[in-house]
Design a protein around this ligand. Structure first.
Ligand code: 4EH
Length: 228
C-alpha cells in the first residue's frame, strides 16, 4: 500500500520527516517529494507550498506520478467554530471553497457547474481517525472545512465563511486536495490542528502556534498510520 502524507508548509511535514528519519528525496515540478517506508507501507511525503493551486499540483503528483493509493493531509487551520481552541484537532467530513464565486449566474457560493459545493472525505479514514482519538483520549472534532486563497484574519469575513458554509475551520489547501482525490478516486482525509481563531489576532497566534499545532497534527497522522 502506498500512502501519501501531504502538508502545505514545511513546518507541517518537518515533524513527519524527523519521525521517519531516513528518506529519499525526489525533485519534481519545482517541489520535493520524500519517500520512505513504515511498517510495510510505502510512504511519499510532500508539502505543496501555500494555496489551492499548489495543493492541487502536489496532490495530483502524489497520485499520478507516485501512485499514492490513500492521501492523508496534515496541517494547521484557523478556527471558525467558537468551541475550537488553539491545539484542538479537527478531521474534515467535507470541504468547500469559500472563495469560488459565480453567484452572478445564480449559483451558490462554492459551486461551479458539474461540480458540488462540498466534497466529502473518505468515511473509513474518518472513522479510523475517530478510533485513534478515542483510544488516545484525544478530543477530535468532525467538521466542515472551508478553503480559500486567503489567510483569514478578520472577524467579518470569518463569520461570513462560518455562516455561509457552516464551516468549523478555514485553511488554504484542503478543498483542492479533496477535488483532486475525489476526481482520481483516491480515499483521503484532512486533519488540521487549530493555530489561530481567524480573527484580527490570527497572524500573531499563527506565528506563535504553527510549529506546536503542526506537530500535534503530524503526531496524530502517525498514530493513524499505526492503525492503517
Ligand atoms: N486564519 C487562517 N486562514 C487561512 N488559512 C489558515 C491556516 C492554514 N494554512 C497556514 C498557511 C497560512 S498563509 C501563511 C503565509 N506565510 C506564512 C505563514 N502562513 C496556509 O498554508 C494555510 C491556519 N490559519 C489560517
Amino acid at each position: 500500500m502506498k500512502i501519501a502524507i501531504m502538508g502545505a508548509m514545511v513546518e507541517e511535514i518537518t515533524p513527519l520527516l524527523e519521525f521517519f528519519g531516513k528518506y529519499e528525496t525526489i525533485e519534481h515540478a519545482k517541489n520535493r517529494y520524500y519517500t520512505t517506508s513504515y511498517k510495510g507501507m510505502d510512504l511519499v511525503i510532500a508539502y505543496s507550498k501555500i494555496g489551492k493551486v499548489n495543493a492541487s499540483l502536489t496532490a495530483s503528483t502524489l497520485i499520478e506520478k507516485f501512485g499514492a493509493q490513500k492521501l492523508l493531509f496534515s496541517g494547521v487551520a484557523g478556527a471558525l467554530n467558537p468551541s475550537l481552541k488553539v491545539g484542538d484537532l479537527l478531521v474534515a467530513t467535507k470541504l468547500a471553497q469559500h472563495d469560488l464565486d459565480i453567484t452572478a449566474f445564480g449559483h451558490p457560493h462554492g459551486y461551479v457547474p458539474e461540480g458540488s459545493v462540498y466534497v466529502e472525505t473518505d468515511k473509513a479514514l474518518t472513522s479510523l481517525a475517530k478510533k485513534v482519538a478515542f483510544a488516545q483520549k484525544i478530543p477530535l472534532l468532525e467538521g466542515i472545512i472551508a478553503t480559500g486563497d486567503q489567510f483569514i484574519c478578520d472577524g467579518v469575513k470569518k463569520e461570513w465563511i462560518h455562516t455561509t458554509f457552516n464551516a468549523d475551520a478555514t485553511e488554504m489547501e484542503g478543498a483542492s486536495v479533496a477535488v483532486v482525490c475525489d476526481a482520481l478516486n483516491v480515499p483521503f482525509c484532512v486533519l488540521r490542528a487549530i493555530s489561530d481563531a481567524a480573527d484580527m489576532d490570527a497572524g500573531f497566534s499563527f506565528d506563535e502556534f504553527l510549529v506546536s499545532s503542526a506537530k500535534e497534527s503530524a503526531q496524530f497522522i502517525i498514530a493513524m498510520l499505526d492503525e492503517l
